[in-house]
Design a protein around this ligand. Structure first.
Ligand SMILES: O=C1NC(=O)NC(C(=O)O)N1
Length: 310
């Protein structure tokens, strides 16, 4: 029977599936459900220095092919998630979890990461450089000069495992330029992709979410081709020491197989988890194992990154 074990940095995980930040990870109740599911680990809702109520509702809408959201980084604040993560280090000492965070300013981002550095947190930090839904705030990683400066400053003091959550890029030259920046830093991983920003979903004659007159991040089946392209483009360009987490459009074991074929070492599930709940992890894991068994792959390393060209 195939195994879907994986590793990121110096950490091993029993399963290569986890939630995408923002989905099923707002509070202890949701995070506990992920701990008790087949997911190999979890990432928290992106935490900011202070709690945030987020954007006005309705701000999330499922569609037949996926989802649109403009949540606006609602979260219970950095201290809430750090306290819980430190508690889990005592109750679940053999498990490693991810802590998603971002500041509402560069100064806040440094303040957050300095708190993590000085804390007893032993897991992995995911810096969200790609939220498309805070009015007036750009997706940081679309500005590669700012991103390089930010990472250079961060790595002058941050010595714990760190990865970045990236927006989708759509231009080969941008893949080249972004990979050149990321290869300069001891990143543990990059996570491709966040939702495709500022899409518009219409039902009858109206938008379906309130913030930004209906503009929001798109997830689900719509985005798999873009997600796979970003995973593979960075797999082709990054130092092998920088692992890739694949996020976007994962509904089935086949979708996960394709993310791993493109180079992903971990696969995050967002919209499907929102629609189906944590049982999705068991279904998708079994579907992937069936595919691996049929193809004679024992571990994900047997096919990771081995996408065939014509
Ligand atoms: O990075 C994010 N991506 C999203 O699609 N939505 C959330 C949010 O709006 O909080 N953040």
């Amino acid at each position: 029977m195939a195994t879907t074990k994986t590793s990121i940095g110096n950490f091993d995980f029993e399963n290569c599936f986890m939630n995408a930040a923002g989905v099923y990870c707002y509070d202890r109740n949701e995070l506990e459900q992920l701990i008790n599911s087949q997911a190999g680990t979890f990432v928290t809702k992106t935490a900011t220095l202070q709690p945030r109520p987020g954007n006005p509702e309705p701000r999330y809408h499922d569609t037949a092919l996926g989802s649109i959201n403009s949540m606006g980084l609602p979260n219970l604040g950095f201290d809430y998630y750090l306290d819980y993560l430190l508690e889990l280090q005592k109750t679940h000492p053999h498990r490693t979890f991810f802590f998603s965070l971002v500041g509402m300013s560069t100064e806040d981002t440094h303040a957050l990461l300095k708190k993590v550095q000085e804390s007893d947190f032993k897991g992995i930090t995911e810096l969200n450089l790609s939220c498309p839904n805070v009015p007036g705030k750009p997706q940081i990683a679309y500005d590669l000069e700012t991103t390089e400066k930010l990472l250079a400053d961060i790595f002058s003091y941050f010595k714990k495992p760190l990865g970045v959550k990236l927006p989708p890029y759509f231009d080969i030259v941008h893949f080249d330029q972004a990979a050149t920046v990321f290869n300069k830093f001891p990143l543990t991983f990059i996570n491709c992709i966040n939702s495709i920003g500022n899409g518009l979903v219409i039902e009858d004659e109206s938008v379906v979410i309130k913030p930004k007159n209906g503009f929001g991040g798109i997830g689900g089946e719509y985005i798999k081709p873009t997600a796979l392209a970003n995973v593979h483009a960075f797999y082709q360009r990054l130092n092998p020491s920088i692992k890739i987490i694949g996020t976007g459009g994962v509904l089935t074991g086949q979708d996960a197989f394709e993310h791993i074929l493109c180079g992903a070492s971990m696969v995050q599930i967002g919209t499907t988890l929102h629609k189906e709940g944590p049982v999705a992890f068991e279904r998708i894991t079994n579907e992937l194992k069936d595919i691996m068994d049929k193809k004679g792959y024992k571990t994900i390393e047997d096919f990771r990154g081995k996408l065939k060209y014509l």
